[in-house]
Every structure is written in C-alpha cells, then in structure tokens.
Design a protein around this ligand. Structure first.
Ligand SMILES: [Zn+2]
Length: 280
C-alpha cells in the first residue's frame, strides 16, 4: 500500500493507483450441492468464515446500487467497500443464507435467473434446488438487492439480437412485476459479454452489469462489466483475506486479452452448430 493511499484512508490500491474493490460471486451455500455446481458451492461453515474475514477486514459491505451511484457521480462510496453477490437463485438464498447475512447486518446483491425460479419456467441450468420467484420480495426485505441474471442463463454473447433482447428485457420485467419497482442491475451468465451485449444491456434499461473476469473491481471500473471474483469451494479463508486486502488478482478495468476474444468466437461458432447450451 502506498503512503498516499494510507493517508486517504481508501485501503489497498493496485500498482496503477486504483483502489481495489472485491466483488465476491457466490452461487449456492449448502452442504450437499448437485455435482454440477459443487465446485462453485461453499458450505455454510466456509461461508461463515468468509463473513468473519470480511468483518475483520474493516471493509464496508454495500450493494450494487452504491457502486452505480458512485459510477454515475450521484453519491460517494464509503471507504473500502466490498460487495457480496449471489447468482442464479439457489434454494438456500431466501433461507439460511439470507438469515446469516441479515443476522450480521450485511447487505448483499442477488442476481436471479427468472426461468429457473418460475413455476413451469425454462432455463439451461441443470437441475438443482432453486428458490421460488415469489420469495424475491422477502429477500429484498431481508436486505438483499435484486438484479437480473437473464431468463434462461444463456451465453449472451452468442445470441441473436432478438434472443438477446428477450433475455435482457423479459427477466427484468418479471422481476419488476414480482418486486413492484424497477430493476436496474444485471449479471451476465458465466460472465460472458461483448461490446454488443453491453450496449444492448444499457438499451434495455440496466444501469450496471457485473461480469466475472476473476479480478478485483475498482472505483473506476467499467459500468457494464464490473469485475467479480468467483468463490470456489477450494478457496481458503486466506484467499478471501488476500482479496479483501486488494491482492491476489488483477484490478479492473483492463482490456480483454486475445484468449478471451478467441474463446468468445469459439463459443459463438459452437452455438451456431449446437444451439443454446449450458457452459458448465
Ligand atoms: Zn449463473
């Protein structure tokens, strides 16, 4: 940490001088997840240890709206923010996970795949215990902000314009009906996005979108691809502590590397041949 960062009280900064903001991406928090999501599932015990690490870090948990307000110049961020985000809408979310967070007074952000949580709905997610859409309002009352994670969990950067508009607009409308207010935040399934996906997300009325990038975000990250860190079951508390200290990962924004771009073209070509599929 540089002297100037210490005097400003903003915490760890990257070599480029950007205050790092960890945005954690959780999926399910449970002891016995289905195999396909096990790698991205933490146990309630691991989760509690991560929350202890956050409490010890002196960081202030905020929701995605606080980042949006900051990026739009409406309100400053508290010093040393951290975000907890939960994707897909697994069954534990409105139950033990929300209770644990509320018990500690921690706000969080949940990005829900509407097709996977609506009775009779359709999504590309393999079978798993999921929450129900009618509990979204309850989640919000417990201190969680709700964002969209599309309808079917499609790889957005492989879709036609029509399908992309459907994923972005229908999930937003379904959540807005359930919550009774506007939903302004999106998380890209698998983090996949492209300049076109980002532009369409803005046009569909989203104010921010989170990606993955396996990087720390920062106070001048890109509004339509905010970097997140996927938390895997193999990550240790020391890994989490490292990220909280602003270390152990790159700090966004930075440009896509050639590998990311090549992988996008490969997935697009595959989608033409195989149609939409879960990217695992
Ligand atoms: Zn997801």
């Amino acid at each position: 940490m540089s002297t100037s960062a210490r005097t400003r009280g903003e915490g760890p900064i990257s070599p480029s001088g950007t205050p790092a903001i960890p945005v954690f991406l959780y999926h399910a928090v449970m002891d016995d997840p289905p195999d396909w999501i096990a790698e991205f599932t933490v146990t309630p015990r691991q989760f509690a240890a991560h929350l202890d690490a956050i409490a010890c870090s002196g960081r202030t948990p905020v929701t995605i709206s606080a980042i949006a307000d900051h990026l739009a110049g409406r309100a400053p961020l508290p010093p040393r923010p951290v975000l907890l985000t939960f994707d897909d809408g697994f069954a534990d979310l409105p139950g033990p996970t929300a209770e644990t967070l509320a018990g500690r007074g921690l706000p969080a952000t949940a990005y829900l795949t509407t097709g996977a949580i609506t009775p009779g709905g359709r999504s590309l997610l393999p079978p798993a215990p999921m929450m129900a859409l009618d509990r979204a309002a309850e989640l919000e009352r417990s201190g969680m902000e709700i964002g969209s994670h599309t309808v079917t969990h499609a790889q957005l950067d492989t879709l036609s314009g029509k399908d992309l508009a459907y994923e972005l607009r229908t999930s937003k409308a379904v959540l807005e009906d359930a919550l009774g207010h506007e939903v302004r935040h999106l998380a890209y399934p698998h983090g996949y996005n492209s300049p076109r996906v980002r532009a369409m997300s803005a046009r569909a009325g989203y104010e921010t979108a989170t990606a993955v990038r396996h990087a720390l975000s920062s106070d001048h990250d890109e509004r339509y691809r905010i970097a997140r860190l996927i938390v895997r079951r193999t990550h240790t508390v020391a890994d989490v502590q490292g990220w909280l200290a602003g270390a152990g990962a790159r700090v966004a924004p930075y440009r896509d590397g050639p590998k990311t771009i090549a992988w996008r073209w490969y997935r697009r070509a595959r989608a033409v041949v195989h149609g939409p599929e879960f990217a695992g």
